[in-house]
Design a protein around this ligand. Sequence first.
Ligand code: FES
Ligand code: FE
Length: 454
Amino acid sequence: RIERIGREPDFSRYMDLKEGWLDRRIFSDAEIYEEELYRIFARSWLFVAHESQLPKAGDFLTTHMGEDAVIVARQPDGSIRVFLNSCPHRGNKVCFADAGNTRRFVCNYHGWAFDTGGELKGMHEEYCYDENDIDRKKNGLKQVARVASYKGLVFATFAEDGPSLDAWLGDFRWYLDMLLDNEEGGTELIGGCIKSVMNANWKFGVENFIGDAYHAGWTHDSGCRSMNNGEPFPPIDMENSYHASVNGHGWEFGTEGVGDLFLLGRPKVLEYYEKIRPKMAQRLGEMRSKIFGSVASASIFPNVSFLPGISTFRQWQPKGPMEFELKTWVIVNKAMPDDIKDEITKGVMQTFGPGGTFEMDDGENWSNCTTVNRGVVTRHERLHYRCGISRQIEHDTLPGIVYRGQYNDANQRGFYQRWLDMMEADKLDAMPERPEPRLSGVGETRNLPGLFAL
Ligand code: FES
Ligand code: FE
């Protein structure tokens, strides 16, 4: 088991979500960060790849699960394996490439060679090992305990037991299907990955995308105007917009009217979505076909975010309490014609690449929030997360913990509740599902097809 011994978990002193406040130390304290690596990143289902990145046997990519370097590789039988990118001999990395296709991962240091399943296949000057020195079967690259996919997204977890990916995502799949399954053929990531490093705590990125529409019209006002013919960010319809949270994942959205702001001056893309909208309504129902067109953003606990419509898909990789590496991709429907995919890519680069108008605005805020919160007096002050705290509703159709009004801190509170549950739980199986699964009203979200263990 991966755990630190001898520490009493008492993280509830860092927040009171019923009252709506957080302690600033969770954004910079080195010990809390170290506990996050053990309790959250070594136990969560973490996004590691999109299936489209590994179409053929031997295709691989390298990434991180928390701060652990891993290789994700497509096997000859079509399954996907994830294993540590660290040689069992002295620990060196066995693969320095971001992605590629190979038959062997060969360590730079002493030439041990592993196949694409992570098994040890040979060593440099093998005769130096006597018969009893080494059992090859026991000296492969350490396999990550479980790997599973949901509609193209591949997740892995170091936790041998605990919830399945299906249970981990829970009813959030009802929302995720708007991104992953709005058109026949599903999605793909195109054009590679852009990486950038920010001096900010990883949670600020996640919480910004999980439900912070509130900042958009202010932080991004000038950016919006420059890209949308001088038009400001539109007022939010607080009656017909929502925050929805399931197990710490969250999606904020409107349900009425299809905004064109989310495509930011890309009329060809808007036209395309309008064209497929009737079919989308057949696939997903009328309501989800409208939600998909609204100003919306979402995060999957713990560290993936995306903007439906604008099509940026991103992961906040922790690199210390006050640094993350942001990896961003462009996600599109496979069935889209190439010119629409190109148009979407240009839109993402203009807005949310490292040189994108909005990313630059956001990055500065997150970085300042992190560094200023670290002051020895400042860190003991509380942060306010109470917006919309009395607007929770029961909705006939929308699954999850639902709050009315898109200007709200509800999804952020849901995210930090999950953070707290995981930081304090000895066993993941004992963690509460939030909300408790409902037995009726959201029947269509149960037993969704498309999930398979690899
Ligand atoms: Fe990899 Fe020695 S560290 S072969
Ligand atoms: Fe922003």
